[in-house]
Design a protein around this ligand. Sequence first.
Ligand code: DAK
Length: 257
Amino acid sequence: MEFILVTPQARPHVALIQLNRPKELNALNLQLMGEMRDALKELDDNDEVRAIIITGNERAFAAGADIKQMAGKTAIDMLNIDQFSTWDQIRKTKKPIIAAVSGFALGGGCELAMTCDMIVASETAQFGQPEIKIGVMPGAGGTQRLTKAIGKAKAMEMVLTGRFMSAAEAEKHGLINRVVPVELYLEEAFKLAGEVAQMSPVAAKLAKESVNRSFETNLDEGLHFERKNFYLCFASEDQTEGMNAFVEKRKPEFKGR
Ligand code: DAK
């Protein structure tokens, strides 16, 4: 891996992926995104990993797709490169992913953070979809996920003007989970990931899938989907362990089976 650093056991059962193109503010070139896709697939298949953190550095989570790499492309180049399969693969990761964001999370960087399941931000984080300023528009879910997270008015303003949103504002409008001082944002993400990693990995996967389904379907279908996943939990050893531990007044030991 050239543009990301992967630590499968950064903390017990918690993996860390760090974007590592600091000079380019972690601009997401094709190679970086391919590495991200492969790393997530590996971590998703690794039974020891129960939660994943994606982070950048203090100055930038990611300042968007690599504009220098995109600048000369034609529509057919973009079609043939088919970046969407990479982004779709990221979206299909079954384990919970937390974005730990400091500094710029712009364009594809904001979209990458929103593809994650939760976002912890530093006070210096800035979110934005500034593609309009370079003559395009969001292409990796920005118009959809941002709108669902913060509502039409605010999303429209960000997408149409390219205006950045501060971490405080992003928290106020429900885009992110929490804001902490810059020296604490990664630690806070580890804390949150650590909490998730203590839960049943089976239930966590099924719950993540069910919450995400709510974005894709109507209430009736969503409830139906939730119900099936709820039943499926009862096929797991973790369900037996979790309920027995409660009755026996002890801490459960989940195994992900
Ligand atoms: N791409 C390439 N290089 C970038 C970059 C980017 N997005 N952002 C920053 N850099 C580079 C700068 O060119 C500069 O490099 P050098 O000149 O030193 O070689 C270096 O990073 C430091 O940046 P600045 O000198 O500009 O630093 P400042 O602090 O002055 O400004 C900034 C920081 C973040 C405000 C500024 O760099 C900026 O405006 N960056 C561009 C932000 C942007 O427009 N982002 C959206 C890009 S479009 C898709 C998936 C995703 C996408 C599209 C399709 N598919 C699945 C099909 C996504 C599209 C986008 O994200």
